[in-house]
Design a binder for this molecule. Sequence first.
Ligand SMILES: Nc1ncnc2c1ncn2[C@@H]1O[C@H](COP(=O)(O)OP(=O)(O)OP(=O)(O)O)[C@@H](O)[C@H]1O
Length: 596
Amino acid sequence: MNLRNLSPGACADATPKLDWKFVQRFCSIQRVLFPSWINQNVLMFGTLLVVTLTEQLIIYQVGVLPSQFYMVLADKDYPGFKNLVGLAMVLILLNSTMKSVDQYICGQMYVSWRKTLTESLHAAYFQGRVYYTLNVLREDIDNPDQRISQDVERLCKQMSTMASRLIVSPFTLAYYTYHCFHSTGWIGPVSIFCYFVIGTVANKMLMGPIVTTLFEQEKLEGDFRFKHMQIRVNAESAAFYRAGKVEHMRTDRRLQTLLLTQKSLINKELWLYIGVNTFDYVGGFLSYIIIAIPIFTGVYDGLSPGELSALISKNAFVCIYLINGFTQLIDLSTTLSDVAGYTHRYTRSILISVDFDIHGGPADTAFILDHVSYKSPYSDQLLVDDLSLKISQGTHLLVVGNTGTGKTSLLRVLNRLWEAESGFVHMTTCFGPRGTLFLPQKPYMTDGTLREQVAFSSKISFPFKSLDDDRILQFLELAGVSSLLKRTGGLDEKVDWNWYDVLSPGEMQRLSFARLFYLQPKYAVLDEATSALTEEAEAQLYRACKQLGMTLVSLGHRSTLEKYHDIQLKLCGDGRWEVTKLKGSGGSLILRDPAM
Ligand SMILES: Nc1ncnc2c1ncn2[C@@H]1O[C@H](COP(=O)(O)OP(=O)(O)OP(=O)(O)O)[C@@H](O)[C@H]1O
């Protein structure tokens, strides 16, 4: 797998700001949400636009009601008053219905956006081995799990709360600017607009530090949750070490760091809230100054007191609503700062990977290593230098060497989890049942039924119930774990336990062999796959593998493993290695061995 776009600078999350990068990332999110013109999300957005516009029309009618009440009350017009009360009731009912529909659509949009964004991230995360690279090799992208599960959720929530206010503001602003101009002349809209510009600049300044701190806080949230997850996953080992006290201290320390950042965020938000609230109240006050100008300059001198109060009430509504339109945009800045923080954590573009190809090669070969050198990440020391060999059918290979000499790393290089420093690694078979299968050092259990554990493969296949029952039962028996059937209550009984918690390491290794027998690959790569089992059990499992026609590549420390293999590759550390034939073997797989 070649990971493109994964250079450490690609993420550039160091200081997330409300800047051009934010705009670019925000736009890329919108492209995911609205990939075409005819799409469920576009449809919802369109419906929301219609609903909010209708809502605004009704709000306008409700807003001018007081001025009409002034008129009918000043004229003591009883029938007019009765009609007005009836109209008011209908408008209020319509208004509340529209508002509820608006909230309902926002809720639906939130779910739909979350689905789209999360699924798009999942598609990238599970492509090739990106999830491995991000979790194990990349240090600059913290807590990918939290970004996918929690940050996307919050981003969608905040965007959906912004949506209905933002979507309608161009229309309301244009409409009320026109009305304001009509009743106060140019002074009204211009002063309101200047006021908005000042407010925006002030808020932009106050929001800057918030985006950075929110990003930091989300990272620390992830670290804190990860610590708890670590304890949950390793509860038993921790209990054996009586690790409660130490872990308590460490977990509290993470909490403290998180809370300190949270406090600093709240402190910074205080200034933003002061700005936003001041803007709100001064805005309400400004409307009266604007209305006062035409009154004091004598524009409305010819009106009766009743007409004048009706006019003041209507003008006040128009001005206040226009100011309110701008104020809402400023208010959105608090939400926008959150959106910016979460947007910077949505970094799908860097999650692109390319799967590696299967190269053509001799039909009886699984891997060809051509002058391969490799080292571990973050280290300059080569683990293996200039290794050339071929892994062919029927020649069983044993890889030995001291702890940390790079045995498992060889498998990582073969599996293309790590790239070799130099040389070429050709995988000439496919991965899976008819090709090569890896049994990692730590057995891999998925969630699901016993059948799903045994029949697990990298391909998505749907339950092949009953068809395979006999084979599965036979291989569970052969691997020595048929007792699991009793515990689960059957092959297809749903279990609510975590397989890692309830199986012993030996049982997990046996179950992995049951899977191997079931899938029957041509080549089985076993990384200390029998380390938790007795030598008799090991012998039985190895014999079964050979009877099923598998060629074995084993890693291990036990000398008892030698008798099942033909060739031994010994890693000696500092890049050195040697290949020897094991007693009684007729295998040949060495292309070039400088040690011989
Ligand atoms: N994800 C990683 N990041 C950085 N270094 C790593 C990583 N995984 C392994 N290493 C380092 O690479 C070196 C080789 O590790 P490897 O797992 O191949 O050892 P090994 O020979 O299989 O050891 P053992 O016999 O204990 O299984 C070790 O020094 C290890 O610390």
